[in-house]
Unconditional design. Structure first.
Length: 282
């Protein structure tokens, strides 16, 4: 599933490709997504120019000059391909290419095999009031994310910290990979209950979350399964994972004797896999 760094990478690629572009036509082959594409989607966005691109949590937002914004989510398997004008003549639709947006600069192709993603429009000035965004917590890169905020959200919760990091109403945009990686960097066990995390540890954890996500963005995200950057290349952050996907291996920062310790542990929490080092993470 594309997580925050992957979505940020996609947003930046879209920004380079279509900022200032005028939408000329829209082809919709399939409307049945997590939320169906509205019947008037093509009519509403055709003729509008792209004014600004941004990310809210794991959504890409394309603000148009007609007061509307395209809201785009990539679900589990969603991908975007950017076809330049030069390559448009040789472009052929592939299986699961569900939406094609033609602009005067390039063409955007939304491919989503499992259709857990979505594409819709909202009024730009009503975005944050919409049901999609109203309950979202603070973005990891929002300056309002500080130790007092996190501590206040955690102090009464009797669930493991790893599970709370995936709760989008606390911090939005941290996914499963980066939750394990951030807890490792912060040296906090994923099993610790939220109520036992100190104010000081909240500060360390926030720093770790930002560091991990920033590194992942610089690497173009992580490529697991389907994810590709919009130019088709892989993200490279998976080569920097310290613990995620490394069950039984030694962790980078301690001389775990794997034969004695068993190396990095994998456990399941709230249905999702967690990886950690039980020597370093307390
Ligand atoms: Zn270790």
């Amino acid at each position: 599933m594309p997580e925050l760094p992957e979505v940020e990478t996609i947003k930046e690629a879209l920004n380079r490709a279509v900022n200032g572009a005028v939408i000329q036509s829209v082809l919709i082959a399939e409307r049945r997504f997590r939320i169906p594409i509205p019947d008037d989607f093509a009519t509403k966005i055709t003729g509008a120019a792209v004014k600004y691109l941004r990310r809210i949590a794991k959504y890409v937002i394309i603000d148009l000059d007609n007061g509307l914004s395209i809201v785009w989510h990539f679900g589990m398997s969603g991908r975007v391909r950017i076809i330049s004008r030069d390559n448009l003549a040789s472009f052929t639709r592939e299986k699961h290419d569900h939406v094609i947006i033609y602009t005067n600069k390039c063409t955007l192709v939304f491919n989503d095999a499992r259709r857990f993603g979505l594409m819709t429009y909202l009024k730009t000035d009503e975005l944050y009031a919409s049901t999609l965004f109203a309950k979202l917590g603070i973005d990891p890169f929002d300056e309002r994310l500080n130790k007092q905020y996190l501590f206040s959200k955690l102090k009464d919760k009797h669930i493991p910290i790893k599970v709370a990091l995936l709760d989008q109403s606390i911090i939005c945009g941290i996914g499963n990979i980066y939750a394990s990686e951030a807890l490792y960097l912060a040296r906090i066990s994923p099993l610790r209950l939220c109520k036992d995390i100190s104010l000081h540890e909240c500060q360390i954890l926030i720093g770790a979350i930002k560091t991990i996500l920033q590194k992942a963005i610089l690497a173009g995200g992580s490529t697991l399964k389907d994810y590709r950057q919009p130019d088709g290349s892989m993200g490279y952050f998976q080569f920097q994972h310290a613990v995620y996907g490394k069950e039984g291996m030694s962790c980078p920062d301690c001389q775990c004797e794997i034969c004695k310790t068993g190396g990095i542990k994998k456990i399941i929490q709230a249905g999702r896999s967690t990886f950690y080092c039980n020597l370093l993470q307390k």
